[in-house]
Ligand binder design. Structure first.
Ligand code: HEC
Ligand code: HEC
Length: 346
């Protein structure tokens, strides 16, 4: 549950709960298995989330239902593809190292599957920011002919005829009547809880660990050369930029949404959380590894009218700087997030 209590009350509660936690620890032999549900709770070193939860408070039943739906292949037209098919936990919820994912009947879309993390902090979704509300996201993959290819009305009636789902919806939302709204709210409860805030970098940010000298050198290079776009704790400023991949655009990116030629070839700056786990890279997955990404910034930037002005001369990088940058980018991997059974296929 989103914990709104602030100030002294929070400390009072913490003071009351803490001895209990210590009490449990001493009894290791009888330790309960860890619970899957922890609710939504914003990490202390993150800004306030943009998704408000007022109309969709996260509950255990809603979260578990959302998870079940996320991993259920029967939500696709031919029963072969679930959200989790393309969004694999071991890869930070990106796909298994392939440039373009396979949807039903092995159809392929045009964009690389991004990792999923910290969606409650994300103001607009997809490579082009074409979806601006977290709750409506699932409609796109559920109905897209290259993804799950289903018809929403047919999907709802299918779910209604199952023995479990009407009961699950009843427990989560007080009604066994399944409709698009509660389907989306349940999926949103699960996806908004995909919080990645436990990387080595987070531990460094919160003063709990040191970076190695090599990682620290990489961090300094990153802060001076990359953090103008990949900024802050979320590692993105959520702006739309052209980072020089092409001079002629086969995918016009943001312009597909705004129809403004000034946006041609611009894409949302991606977060770099878990980036070492989510290869290949860029909106079309053209780079196989991080070294290729750095070679691009160093010597591959292509000129065009919409190229971000800060990249007109590329980002010159010595070989050893590239290696240090990769050392730093690896500190953004959150191993707890990718192995946490809370988020795993039930
Ligand atoms: C066939 C593969 C595939 C399936 C299945 C799939 N996705 Fe995706 N997902 C993608 C791709 C590709 C994108 C990026 C699309 C774009 O930017 O145009 C994406 C983008 C997203 C995003 C936006 C992330 C961001 O940071 O902007 C979310 C959230 C998401 N998917 C959730 C889901 C959910 C929930 C489901 C199941 C209902 C699902 N996806 C099913 C491939 C898939
Ligand atoms: C001017 C803004 C800007 C700067 C500076 C910048 N980037 Fe990017 N970066 C982007 C944009 C925009 C994309 C997505 C481009 C696309 O896919 O079309 C991107 C994509 C990436 C990706 C791919 C992520 C993924 O999930 O596919 C990596 C890795 C990356 N940048 C690392 C860096 C590093 C390291 C630096 C510094 C050497 C850097 N960037 C500097 C804007 C920038």
């Amino acid at each position: 549950m989103y914990f709104r209590t602030q100030g002294p009350l929070r400390w009072l509660i913490a003071a009351a709960v803490f001895p209990l936690l210590i009490g449990c620890r001493s009894d290791d032999a009888h330790e309960e298995p860890p619970k899957s549900f922890e609710g939504f709770s914003a990490p202390a070193h993150f800004p306030a989330p943009v998704y408000g939860f007022e109309n969709n408070p996260v509950t255990e039943a809603g979260f578990e239902l959302g998870k079940k739906l996320f991993y259920d292949k029967r939500l696709s037209a031919d029963g072969t593809v679930s959200c989790g098919t393309c969004h694999a936990q071991v890869h930070g919820f990106a796909d298994h190292n392939i440039p373009l994912s396979f949807g039903i009947e092995e159809r392929r879309g045009m964009r690389n599957t991004p990792g999923l993390a910290n969606l409650a902090w994300t103001p607009a979704f997809m490579w082009d920011g074409g979806i601006n509300h977290i709750e409506v996201i699932p409609i796109a993959p559920l109905t897209d002919s290259t993804e799950m290819g289903h018809d929403l009305a047919a999907l709802i009636s299918f779910l209604q005829t199952q023995t479990e789902y009407p009961k699950d919806f009843e427990t989560a939302f007080g009604s066994s009547e399944i409709d698009t709204r509660n389907l989306l709210l349940a999926l949103t409860q699960f996806q908004s809880c995909l919080i990645s805030a436990g990387s080595k970098y987070d531990q460094w940010l919160t003063g709990r660990t040191n970076l190695t000298p090599a990682e620290n050198e990489g961090r300094e290079i990153f802060e001076s050369k990359c953090a103008s776009c990949h900024s802050g704790v979320l590692l993105t400023d959520f702006s739309y930029r052209n980072n020089g991949l092409d001079s002629i655009f086969t995918d016009e990116g943001r312009m597909r949404i705004t129809l403004n030629p000034e946006d041609a070839g611009t894409f949302r700056v991606p977060s770099l959380r878990n980036v070492a786990l989510t290869s290949p890279y860029m909106h079309d997955g053209r780079f196989r590894n991080l070294m290729q990404v750095l070679d691009h910034y160093d010597s591959g930037v292509k000129q065009s009218a919409t190229l971000d002005p800060s990249l007109s001369g590329g980002i010159p990088l010595e070989d050893h700087e590239k290696e240090r940058l990769i050392d730093f980018l690896r500190t953004l991997s959150d191993y707890d997030f990718i192995s946490n059974h809370r988020f795993s296929e039930p």
